[in-house]
Design a protein around this ligand. Structure first.
Ligand SMILES: [Zn+2]
Length: 184
């Protein structure tokens, strides 16, 4: 079966602010009742809170009937990822980088820049079409399928997150966000 993971990624948080930002918004999720803390092996994990239904779109969820009858909640964890991460969706196996200046797609995988970003958190990529250079994190990707970022909120095996919820989460972050989904 695998895990169905949806990740709301903060596209703008820098490495220095990611931890504080992640903690603040995690507390907001808890205060709003979307998640609840549960002791686990000497630490704490976060599971669905009393208002989890308000965060999701239940209509396409194929277990809807069973959930409504039995009050079954999503069983997966909500985890805050605070580290340099290449977030990606399963939508596009070979995404092309898209120049933030001229919008032309660069089909070759920019391995050198990606390696540099992974090692240091900073890398520039130059556009073959217009010669513009920009930080890797500012480049677009086919189908919005990649992001180079420092903060994400992972929802494992939750029904599809409702756009109103992800918008509210984005407003609380005060940054641009993007939602990724994939099977892991
Ligand atoms: Zn360009």
């Amino acid at each position: 079966m695998g895990t169905y993971r949806q990740t709301v990624v903060d596209l703008d948080a820098c490495a220095q602010e990611a931890a504080a930002q992640g903690g603040r918004v995690s507390r907001w999720l808890e205060a709003e009742g979307f998640i609840r803390p549960v002791p686990w092996r000497g630490g704490v994990v976060h599971l669905a809170g009393p208002r989890w239904r308000d965060a999701v779109d239940l209509a396409p969820w194929d277990r809807r009937a069973r959930i409504e009858e039995s009050e079954e909640e999503p069983c997966g964890e909500v985890e805050v990822v605070v580290e340099r991460t290449i977030f990606f969706s399963g939508l596009c196996p070979e995404p092309a980088a898209i120049c933030p200046n001229c919008r032309s797609a660069e089909p070759a995988w920019p391995g050198e820049a990606v390696d540099a970003w992974t090692a240091t958190g900073a890398a520039d990529l130059g556009c073959a079409a217009c010669a513009h250079r920009a930080p890797l994190a500012q480049w677009g990707w086919t189908d919005d399928s990649l992001a180079f970022a420092h903060l994400g909120f992972e929802f494992d095996d939750w029904p599809p997150l409702h756009p109103d919820f992800t918008a509210a989460l984005g407003r609380t972050l005060g940054h641009r966000t993007r939602v990724f989904e994939r099977k892991i």
